[in-house]
Design a protein around this ligand. Sequence first.
Ligand code: C2E
Ligand code: MG
Ligand code: MG
Ligand code: MG
Length: 287
Amino acid sequence: KKDSQKHWAVFVETMDQSFRSKQRLKSDLRRAIAEGTLSVAYQPIINVRTLRMVGCEALSRWNHPEYGPISPAEFIPMAEEMGLISDLTQNVVEQAIKDCSLWGSRIAVSINLSSHDLQNMDMADIIRSALLRHNVEPEMIEVEVTEGAIITDREATGGVLQSLKAMGLQVAIDDFGTGYSSLSYLKDLPVTKVKIDRSFITDITEEGRSLKLLRGIVQMTHELGLSVTIEGLETREQFALINRWIGAEYVQGFLYGAATTAENIAKNFDIEMVQLPVKPRNGGIAA
Ligand code: C2E
Ligand code: MG
Ligand code: MG
Ligand code: MG
């Protein structure tokens, strides 16, 4: 009995600690967003044919003063839950468009929008204002939305995406193939590109079914007149298979670099990406 009491005490203590740290994380996140101390890192997107960087994806980074880097997979849902995501998005939009302008508008930038952003009727105006202030053409900017975010409120979402596309932005479906089983939205929504989730390439081999599945998805996407980015490209073997069997236009993944600083993106712009190092340093988290 004494022993089980001890276990219980340990359990309560752990619960309490994780609760405290979650609360702590939340209040720290609120402050970080308000003070604008989150940063944006950029992951290269490579043209498969030319092996040159054609664009990059803006990814939020939070370096907690005490806990170190916190994954966006953790703080993005937190920001959504706390009603802070539109502030976060606005900061990313501002930073990404400013950096795009500093790069001389040679490198396109993709910005992730959450489902809340897609119901925010001001979203198009927020982006338009940043484009005007930084003198960037709308064609340089792409928004990424997941399948899950679209189905939340298809009408509102359709409206926001429609105005973004009408402005001249590119619209990409992110993590394609993981969110929603009906593909019917592809014919109704103003989509220009599909980013195929990395789970489709993790285990591709010359003979396996994964390669056929990926090839089928890419063919269907092309039939609809959309271009394709394959996410999560990590090895030269995967690249060789994609290059040989899959007609995707773009790839993105650790093989060609994890998310990095705006300065590094500018430096690497003219490099043929096949020369770049194979492995990211610290699990894809930019310094
Ligand atoms: P995502 O939009 O699908 O972004 C791609 C994620 O895959 C990034 O994770 C990137 O670092 C990771 N990744 C890229 N290449 C590879 C690879 O070769 N192997 C592996 N294993 N992973 C790779 P990250 O930065 O941790 O972001 C996770 C997710 O958080 C993003 O997925 C996106 O959904 C969300 N997110 C990040 N920044 C923002 C933001 O500013 N706004 C919103 N709404 N969501 C964001
Ligand atoms: Mg994305
Ligand atoms: Mg993605
Ligand atoms: Mg993903």
